[in-house]
Structure formats: C-alpha cells, structure tokens
Write a protein that binds this ligand. Structure first.
Ligand code: NAD
Length: 500
C-alpha cells in the first residue's frame, strides 16, 4: 500500500497503471514561490506516452465498469476518510509549490472533499428512468453508462480542488481517467493518485500524466479518450474546446474570469469593504472567483475606496507556510512581472493608483502586495484583461442600470455579487445579470457540491458545468432500451414505421 507523503520527489513522476515513471527525460522546473528557488522538476510527457496512458486506461476501465455501485460507494467513503485524515499533509504540499497559505490550501481541500461526499451517493446519481406500458406490452428504460476514458486537464491555482471536481465524479461514474495537472504545481495530483489507490481504486483507473502543450494536444487528438474536462485560461480553453470537439469528443472547457462586485448605495459599507478585500486579495487574487472589479453605485465611491484602502496596510504578505501570513506570493516570476506591469500601467491609462502593492527590489520570492486602482473604466487594460493577481479595480457608475450594463458587456461571466440591504434589488440583479454564478452579499459564490459550477460566455465553452449533478451527466452516456416480450404467436412482419 502506498502512503501519501509531503516531500516532493526530485522529479515528480507520471503515474500510469499504478507505475511511476519519468518517461523519456524532458522536464520542467518546479519552484517554491515563497523562496523563488527551484525545488525539483516535473516530467513532461511525450505524445507517445499520452497514447500509452490512454491504452492502459482503456484496459483498466473495462474492469472498473464492472465494479458494483455499492463497492464504488464504499471506495468513495474510504477516499473521504483518507483525504480528511491527511488534509494537512496535502495542504502543505500545495503551499510549497503554489504559495497560498496553508489555511487557504486547507480550504481548497475541504471544498474538493465536498465532491467526494457528493459522490458517496453515486448509486442515487446514476439512477435511470423506467416507463412501463408505453404501448401495449412495451416498456422503456433509460440507463446511464460511463463514457469510457476521459481526460481532466487542470490549472495551477487549485491543484487539489479542481482535480477532485473532475476525477472523483468521472471515476464514480465508472470511467478511467487521465489527469493532466498544471506543470507548475504537479505534486498534489500524484498525492491524490496515491489516495485514490489506497481507497481501493484499481491501478490504471486514475493515471497522472504531466506535461505541457505537447501532452495536451496529444490528449485532444487521442481516439481512445472520449471526453475532456478542462479548467484554465480562456485562450487555452478555446483551443481545447475547438480541437477536442473537432476530434468528436465531449468537451467542457472553463476559462478565465473578471468578476464584478456591485456595491449599492444602501449597502453596509464596512461589510462590503471586508468582503471586497477578502475576495480580491485572498490567494493573492489567483482565484477564478476572485473579485477583481468593485462597481461603486451612486455616491458610495469615496467612502468605499477609503474603507478598502484603510484595510490594506494591515494585510500580512509572506511565506504561505508561516501561520501569520494572510497573502502568499504569486505562482511564478513571469506572473509577478505581468501583474507588476498592470499596476505600473494603471496611472498612464488615466486611473488613480490608490494603493501601490509593488515592493522594493530584494525579495527572493514572487511577492507583490495588494494594489487598489480607482476611477477605472472599460478600455483600460487593467479593466479589460484578466490580471490574476492582487489588484482590485474600482469603477464608479451612476446607478444600478449602468452597473448591470457594465457587467453584461464583459466577455467573461464567471461570478458576480451584489451588496445591498434591499431584497427587491437583489432579486432583480439575479434576474438581469448574464453571469453563471451570482452572490447576494456573498462575494465568492462558489456553489456547494450538490449544485454545479460554471460561468457563461468566455468563461465556459461547452454545455455542462463542473461537479454535482451536471458532472454525472457529462461523464455518462444515456442509452434508452425499448422492450417487448411477445408471445410467439404474435410475431408478424411489418415494414411500416413503428408507432405506438
Ligand atoms: P493555463 O490555461 O495556462 O493552463 C491550464 C492547463 O492548460 C494546464 O494544465 C497547462 O499545462 C495547459 N496549457 C497551458 N498552455 C497550453 C497550451 N498553449 N496548449 C495546451 N495546453 C496548455 O491556466 P493556469 O495559468 O494554469 O490557470 C489560471 C487560469 O485558469 C486563469 O485564467 C483562471 O481564471 C482560470 N481558472 C478558471 C476557473 C473557472 O472555473 N472558470 C477555475 C480555475 C482557474
């Protein structure tokens, strides 16, 4: 029995058919973002290795599909116990490669576990339908059968939660999986593969294949792989959706975000400022549901900006492994340079840089403090582009209608929130807004595990959302069986089209 550990190996290996391998030698460096130092490397799969993993998964899926639902449920319960018991180990591993605080990583693991908990009810989620006597002596029943081999391609920002969104449901539904995690923080995926194995998932049912564009494109083209779940940036999501769909696969590809939080004139401004700071700067803004734009409605602008700005000097920026840290570093030096560029360019675009989070040279890690940019308008880069860092923009608008029009004009539509004390405004906002996930006085409205997660527009390419009931639809195919048990004497030839 393999035991999950916190120490990342020198080269993080693929796991194919239960065997660890570093493949043909191509690797990519892995860093601790808090120190800026390389801590290891990750193997990068060739196209041939991806195809080999698909063959292994196809073989394993045949046996897994035959495994009874009661047994699969028991495995899900055991998986929940294993991950919960060692959540701290997994959280520390995430912090060491991603940089987020251990508390935040524990939150990620807890939200991932919600999906395991939902899947303990797989017997219920995989139920079909039956109609008796649709015509004389004729019955119809509908089944849900696994798709076969599916691929799950995940981003760096939730190295445990997003794999758990996808892999858990896919396996619960009887599929075999090829998980292709982010090459920037790859160890959590291997940790999870160990946990699934220990819980009783047979070798080959969950395979971890690391890699870059070469591996992803091989997945998109592989004829054995029947469905692809993807989460990442919008340009890559579009590429994955287009290429996988052209190859005849079922695809769901979640992309980037630019989430707006409206603050109405009647809102509790202290609570709204707390919510904005928590949602904009938590995990250094590297959450797809982070608030990146506050929309100040009517006259609240000055009071709100003052309240947000007042809170920022108190935020403790540092190594996520230090329990006093509230905000860790960014994922890479390139990300740091990119985010710094948005802060540096804001004033030149005509915005007010109220709080400048740039730090004096000397940090070894990839650190930047929280920044606040006021009087931002559409057309500025800081507004139009996804920054994915701790930079909060404030857009001032005259009224509710202008706020709604602003949000509905965005090409992204992942999450949004309204802060108000007025129920009618909140209800109207839910009705008017063209965004997939909406919060009322809730800044990060990530649905609980019994619902499904997904944005609209360029935040999601495809038809189904992640986890919850929609995931069981995505990872299964429906089959309808029409049955008659006639007496031999009733048999006759009829060339007419069957009607009931
Ligand atoms: P990314 O798009 O760079 O990478 C995502 C995955 O795609 C990784 O596994 C990566 O190896 C692979 N990849 C990268 N470039 C590729 C290419 N050119 N061709 C093929 N594959 C490629 O995203 P990221 O930086 O890891 O994650 C951050 C992004 O993910 C942000 O845009 C964020 O908004 C988004 N995200 C969205 C959601 C959501 O629910 N909509 C959730 C989490 C993250």
């Amino acid at each position: 029995m393999t035991t999950a550990t916190t120490a990342p190996p020198t080269t993080v290996p693929h796991v194919i058919g239960g065997v660890r391998t570093t493949g043909d030698g191509r690797t990519s460096p892995v860093f601790n973002p808090a120190t800026g130092r390389q801590t290891g490397a990750v193997a990068l799969a060739s196209a041939e290795l991806v195809h080999e993993a698909a063959r292994v998964a196809r073989e394993a899926q045949r046996g897994w599909r035959d495994t009874g639902l009661a047994r699969r449920q028991q495995i899900m319960f055991r998986l929940r116990e294993i991950i919960s018991a060692r959540a701290e180990d997994l959280a520390r591993l995430i912090t060491a490669e991603h940089g987020k605080t251990v508390a935040d990583a524990l939150g990620e693991v807890a939200r991932g576990l919600e999906n395991v908990e939902f899947c303990t009810g797989l017997m219920h989620h995989l139920k079909g339908d039956h109609s008796e006597q649709v015509a004389s002596g004729l019955d119809v029943h509908q089944l849900r059968q696994p798709v076969g081999v599916v691929a799950c391609i995940t981003p760096f920002n939730f190295p445990a939660m997003v794999p758990l969104w996808m892999v858990t449901t896919a396996i619960a539904a009887g599929n075999a999986v090829i998980l292709k995690p982010s090459e920037r923080d790859p160890s959590a995926a291997v940790w999870l593969a160990d946990a699934f194995r220990e819980a009783g998932v047979p070798d080959g049912v969950l395979n971890v294949v690391h890699g870059d564009k070469e591996a992803v494109d091989a997945i998109l083209d592989d004829p054995i792989i029947r469905a692809v779940s993807f989460v990442g940036s919008t340009p890559v999501a579009r590429h994955v959706y287009t290429r996988a769909a052209a190859a005849g696969k079922r695809v769901q590809a979640l992309g980037g975000a630019k989430n707006h939080m409206i603050v109405m004139p009647d809102a509790d401004l202290e609570a709204a400022a707390d919510a904005a700071v928590s949602a904009a700067y938590g995990s250094a803004g590297e959450r797809c549901m982070a608030v990146s734009v506050v929309v100040a409605v009517g006259a609240v602008g000055d009071a709100l900006v003052e309240r947000i700005a007042r809170r920022l000097p108190g935020l403790v920026v540092g190594d996520g492994a230090d329990p006093t840290t509230e905000m860790g570093p960014l994922i890479t030096r390139e990300a740091l340079e990119r985010v710094t560029g948005f802060v540096a360019g804001a004033e030149g675009e005509g915005a007010d840089l109220v709080v400048d989070g740039r730090r004096p040279a000397g940090d070894e890690g990839f650190f930047i403090g929280p920044s606040l940019v006021d009087r931002v308008t559409p057309g500025m880069r800081v507004y139009d582009e996804e920054i994915f860092g701790p930079v909060l923009s404030v857009v001032r608008v005259r009224d509710y209608d202008e706020a709604v029009a602003l949000i509905n004009a965005s090409r992204y539509a992942n999450g949004t929130a309204v802060f108000t004390r007025d129920g009618k405004t909140a209800r109207q906002f839910g009705y008017d807004i063209e965004v997939g996930m909406v919060g009322v006085n809730v800044p990060i409205p990530v649905p609980v595990g019994a619902y499904s997660f997904g944005g609209w527009k360029e935040s999601l390419f495809g038809d189904t959302h992640m986890y919850g009931p929609e995931a069981f639809s995505f990872y299964t195919r429906r089959k309808v069986i029409t049955t008659r048990w006639p007496e031999a004497s009733e048999s006759q030839i009829s060339l007419g089209f069957p009607t009931h």
